[in-house]
Structure formats: structure tokens, C-alpha cells
Write a protein that binds this ligand. Structure first.
Ligand SMILES: Cc1cc2nc3c(=O)[nH]c(=O)nc-3n(C[C@H](O)[C@H](O)[C@H](O)COP(=O)(O)OP(=O)(O)OC[C@H]3O[C@@H](n4cnc5c(N)ncnc54)[C@H](O)[C@@H]3O)c2cc1C
Length: 431
């Protein structure tokens, strides 16, 4: 080693010991998984609501298969169901507060959690695509007031357009004479469909352009021609209302096109000229929203794990607690391991989305895929640990298992997530 090299190495060692290495800033190391006080306070606040209000109501609303309006009202009263709360969760610069709040709420119960959070799908569309005026007008109406809360619906899927959103048949035609859009079509499986005040609808303005000819519209409360179709009877998430929505010659003001007509015309002209569309931008938006959905699945998985752990310590067979058997204890160890691994993926993707990192490997899809599959697996294992009791409606884990299953289906099925990830990592248009 030359003298200069030795000096440089010594300096580096001293600098590292003093905490001045490349990975540390003046305020301390950059990377931390320690939550700050705001994040802890919000987690505790949402957890308290989930434990004291949501959990005790879970079984009743699952059996009733109805929207739990009294619980939504309670959430509105304490400010948890409001744009302000959603804005506060979202504004955390690390991106972690939104998944943390979702995990806690869905730990309480997923059906009621979705009844409370379903509105945020429509809000996200208005927030992502609307002008500032449209945000100011429609977002408050999605929530209503603390005394009279409302819900909102986001309607993209159709009977023949689920995974393949480009197959949407609902049309939007512009009527120049009246400056109105006329919407016709049928939407399927819309969370809060028909009971919402505000519906955000994806419709085609030029079917030849497939998904690049789509636009998002707000259907204002009470619009003629916007009706609820069949209400869906579901396997799980039964406290959350899901229904078809019929749109028959539904006339809405020109200003209800999210983003405005000028922007749409410019975009369509670009696409017709064969220029690149902004589908890449849309993909980045999906990637950013997926960890929130993953966090909901995590909440269910964690609830089932905690219940199974306590049960295994109490339940005795062969003269000892069943947790003393490796078969049970190792299953619980694997459940904890998988849940924590999924949470790390969710937090990574949430952080990437909020800090504007590029999703090179579809990290958002990875987080939703992993969390959804862990939730299905962990809730099934929880039933196994509870044995016969696990299979009955006297114990909550069978409900958690039914609720968990939707997380491998909606917001992009597991197969579609794998498609997105495989395309991202290979650069090949995998079919
Ligand atoms: C409870 C619930 C709530 C919902 N809420 C909403 C909502 O609020 N708004 C909304 O717009 N939609 C909503 N949906 C619809 C949901 O997003 C769709 O069900 C989902 O996208 C899947 O579409 P699909 O059901 O038509 O399945 P399909 O697309 O018909 O898929 C069927 C199967 O084929 C697989 N498959 C399809 N294409 C491929 C492929 N290329 N490669 C490999 N496998 C493939 C799928 O993964 C799946 O396993 C909701 C659905 C449910 C059940």
C-alpha cells in the first residue's frame, strides 16, 4: 500500500466511525424503518377505531351484506372518513402513512374497511386526472359531510372488460349544441355502484383507439339515466356494496370530463398521428396505487395470524397447547415471516411512488401480488390452526379467508400482476 493510499484509507475509517460515510447525511443515516411520531400517532388512531368500532361490528355487517352506514358515520365524525384524512395520509413524504392506515383499518375488518375506503378509488381518479377546479368541486362531494356522509364509485370494469380494460364498450359522445357528454353503457362490479353520490366512469370517446381512446367522467349526483343494476352477492367483503351500473343516455355537463376537453383533444390528436401515448404514465400511476391495496391485504393477513397465534397458545390437545407442536409453531413462524416480507415490499413500493422513483421492475405490482397471495395463504393456514372452529362462522378467521380472496382478483389479478412484472424485467411483450 502506498503512503497516500494508507492515508486515504485511514481518513475513510475515521470518517465512517464519525458517521460521515456516503450513506449518511448531517442529520443521520438516510435509511430507516423507524416510524416518525406522526406515523405512529396515525397508526394508533386508526388502530383504535378498527379495534373499538370496526371489529365489534364486523360479523353483523358481513351477515347483513349491507353498507355499514352507521360505521361510516362514526368514521366521518372523528374525521377518519374525510378528504382531509386521506390528504393527511397521502402527504407524508415517505409514502408510508397511507399503507399504514390501510393496514390498521383492514386489520379491524376488510368488508367495513372497503365500505370506508372504496370512495378513495373515485377520489384518486379525480385527483390524478382532474383540473384543480374539478378537484375542488367533486372531491368534497365524494365524502359528503360529517353529519351526512356520502360514498363515491369508480366504474371501469364491464361484463366483457375486466382484465382487458381496452375492451370497454361504454361510449361518451360530445353534443356540441348543448355542451354535454352523453354516456351509454353498462359497468360491472362497481364498489359503491348505484349507492354513490359521485360516480367516476371510464368511457370510450373513440373505440378504434382502444384504451388510448378512453376518458374519465364524473357523473354528478342525481343524474338521470345513471341507475344501479344488479347488486352482487359475494363470497367475501360483504359489508362493501358491489353492483352493476347502467348508463342510459346519461347527459352530463361538458365540464364533467376530467382534465377538460382541450387536453383530451390534444391527446387524441397525438395518438391518431401515431405518436407515443402516455400509457407509460398511466402504468406509473397504477404502480403507485397498488401498494395501498397490498396494505389492505396485509391487514387481513395480520389479523388472522394474531388470532391463530393466541388460539394456538390456548387450545390444548394431547395434554399440551397445540403451539408446542412444531407443525403449528412453524406454520405461525412462516405466517409472521411472509407477512413481514410482504410489508417490506409494500413499504418499498409506497416509498418509491411518493418519492417519484421509477418503477423499473414493476415494484408496485410485486407488492400487491405478494400481499394478496400472502393474505389468502395466511388466512387459510389460520383456519387450519383453529381446526373445526376455524371452519365455522363462530370464529372470525373463515370471514378473513373469504375477504382475503378478492386481493388476488381485483385491482389486477395475480396473473395480470405477473404479466406486468415479467414484461418489466424482460422487456419482452409476454402474453
Ligand atoms: C368485490 C369486487 C369489487 C370490485 N370493484 C371494482 C370497482 O370498484 N371498479 C371497477 O372498475 N372494477 C371493480 N371490480 C372488478 C375487478 O377489477 C375485476 O373483476 C378484475 O379486474 C378481473 O376481471 P374479470 O373479473 O373480468 O376477470 P377476467 O379478466 O375474465 O379474468 C379471468 C381469469 O383469467 C385470467 N386472465 C385474464 N387475462 C389473462 C392474461 N392475459 N394472462 C393470464 N391470465 C389472464 C385472470 O387472471 C383470471 O384468473 C371489482 C370486482 C369485485 C369482485
Amino acid at each position: 500500500m502506498t503512503e497516500n493510499a494508507a492515508v486515504a484509507e485511514a481518513e475513510a475509517l475515521v470518517s465512517e466511525a464519525a458517521g460521515n460515510d456516503a450513506g449518511a447525511s448531517a442529520e443521520g443515516p438516510k435509511f430507516t424503518l423507524e416510524l416518525n411520531q406522526d406515523q405512529k400517532d396515525i397508526r394508533e388512531w386508526v388502530h383504535g377505531f378498527a379495534e373499538n368500532v370496526v371489529r365489534p361490528a364486523a360479523e353483523e355487517w358481513d351477515e347483513r351484506e349491507e353498507t355499514p352506514w352507521p360505521v361510516i358515520q362514526e368514521a366521518a365524525k372523528i374525521g377518519l372518513y374525510s378528504f382531509e384524512a386521506l390528504g393527511q395520509f397521502w402527504s407524508d413524504e415517505t409514502g408510508l402513512t397511507l399503507p399504514i392506515a390501510n393496514e390498521e383499518l383492514f386489520w379491524g375488518d376488510a368488508g367495513i374497511g372497503m365500505a370506508i375506503m372504496g370512495t378513495s378509488l373515485a377520489v384518486a381518479a379525480i385527483f390524478g386526472q382532474g383540473t384543480p377546479e374539478q378537484m375542488g368541486e367533486w372531491i368534497p362531494q365524494c365524502f359528503g359531510s360529517a353529519d351526512d356522509p356520502k360514498v363515491a364509485a369508480f366504474c371501469a370494469s364491464e361484463p366483457d372488460a375486466g382484465s382487458d380494460v381496452s375492451a370497454i364498450r361504454t361510449t361518451a359522445k360530445y353534443d356540441e349544441a348543448t355542451d354535454e357528454w352523453v354516456i351509454n353503457g353498462q359497468k360491472a362490479w362497481a364498489t359503491n355502484g348505484g349507492i354513490a353520490d359521485v360516480h367516476v366512469v371510464i368511457a370510450s370517446v373513440d373505440r378504434e383507439l382502444r384504451s388510448r381512446g378512453h376518458a374519465a367522467f364524473v357523473i354528478p349526483p342525481g343524474t338521470k339515466g345513471c341507475e344501479q343494476g344488479a347488486k352482487v352477492k359475494k363470497h367475501g367483503l360483504r359489508a362493501s356494496h358491489t353492483a352493476d351500473v347502467h348508463l342510459d343516455d346519461c347527459r352530463i355537463p361538458g365540464a364533467c370530463l376530467l382534465g377538460g376537453k382541450e387536453k383530451l383533444d390534444e391527446r387524441l390528436a397525438r395518438v391518431r398521428e401515431g405518436k407515443r401515448s402516455k400509457s407509460q404514465a398511466a402504468m406509473q400511476t397504477f404502480e403507485a396505487s397498488r401498494p395501498t391495496v397490498g396494505a389492505q391485504a396485509l391487514g387481513i393477513a395480520r389479523a388472522a395470524y394474531e388470532y391463530a397465534l393466541e388460539y394456538a397458545k390456548e387450545r390444548e390437545q394431547f395434554g399440551r397447547a397445540i403451539v408446542e407442536n412444531q407443525a403449528i409453531a412453524f406454520t405461525l413462524a412462516d405466517m409472521k415471516l411472509e407477512i413481514d416480507a410482504a410489508r417490506l415490499l409494500v413499504w418499498r413500493a409506497a416509498w418509491m411512488g411518493r418519492t417519484g422513483q421509477k418503477f423499473e421492475n414493476a415494484e408496485g405490482s410485486m407488492s400487491k401480488l405478494k400481499a394478496g397471495e400472502v393474505a389468502v395463504w395466511a388466512t387459510e393456514r389460520a383456519i387450519q390452526i383453529l381446526g373445526g372452529n376455524g371452519y365455522t362462522r363462530e370464529y372470525p378467521v373463515e370471514r378473513m379467508h373469504r375477504d382475503a380472496k378478492i386481493y388476488t382478483i381485483f385491482e389486477g389479478t395475480s396473473e395480470i400482476q405477473r404479466l406486468v412484472i415479467s414484461r418489466a424485467i424482460s422487456g419482452v411483450h409476454v402474453q
